[in-house]
Design a protein around this ligand. Sequence first.
Ligand SMILES: [Zn+2]
Length: 314
Amino acid sequence: MYHYVRPPCPELPYFRFLALDDFCRQLDYFEREFGFVSYDDFTGVLDGRAAAGNGVVLTFDDGVVDHYAHVVPELVRRGLWGIFYVPTGMYATGKLLDVHRIHFLLGRFGGPAMIDAAREIITDDMLSHAHVDEFRHMTYARQVNDAATTEFKRILNYYVSYEHRETVLDKLMRRSPAEDNLVRQYYVEPALLADIERQGMIVGGHSVSHPVFSKLDEADQRREIHDCFDFLDRATGGLRLRTFCYPYGGFHSFTPATERLLAEAGCRFALNVEARDAVDADFRKRPQALPRYDCNAFPHGQSRLQNQQLATSD
Ligand SMILES: [Zn+2]
């Protein structure tokens, strides 16, 4: 599982990403140690025509522009393929998805500055009752970007009640250039998704708004799945196959209903985050929750310090 993969980006001094040259080194490492699974072998396992062998399958989440600009060309050069999981909500709203607004703001301004900005905006009535005291007594090491980054995420993910979160982020985003331009700079244009598939890749669904599915009722879960696949079908002229990956991932992030809804939507398999190999039994017994490793579990997969201090970003 990869997210951002790009060359250095000085305009976002605190941004956390995998450097493109580290990505290439990691591909070399995978080739040497495990080899890659071809698309035909992979669909063979999926169809039950073949047993799962050894090797790596590459996946890239969030539809960020890095994938079209840097990853696809590198994979094509090496004769490899990958699965690109794309959320769709930002194309309709003209706003970055909340998860990416947080990455962007931290990447551009750093944790301490964002905590100061959040404190100016957030009033007591925006806090969820359980967390008022924690917010008031919040301590963070003023000079340590890592600690401040974690705390800024905690403010937005836990302290601010859910109905105020978007308003707070709307206000914080006014510190940066017009957001609809940012959407074009941040994500792969829908018109290019067909081209990604033409180059031998798979485009998969990653929801509309990147929610935690386990927090949604069944009707909203269904909408997030169907609207996403409908959008991607229109954009690509028909997806090669339907596959999905859960926003955030981990067993807490979806429910048995999510797996059922995906199967009903014709989704062939869905990816979770669970750090172990996918074996035959997974494909046969629970194809809507296949395990997957984060790239940072392997050599060269860590984001490097771009500035003096490192911002974390999940
Ligand atoms: Zn994601």
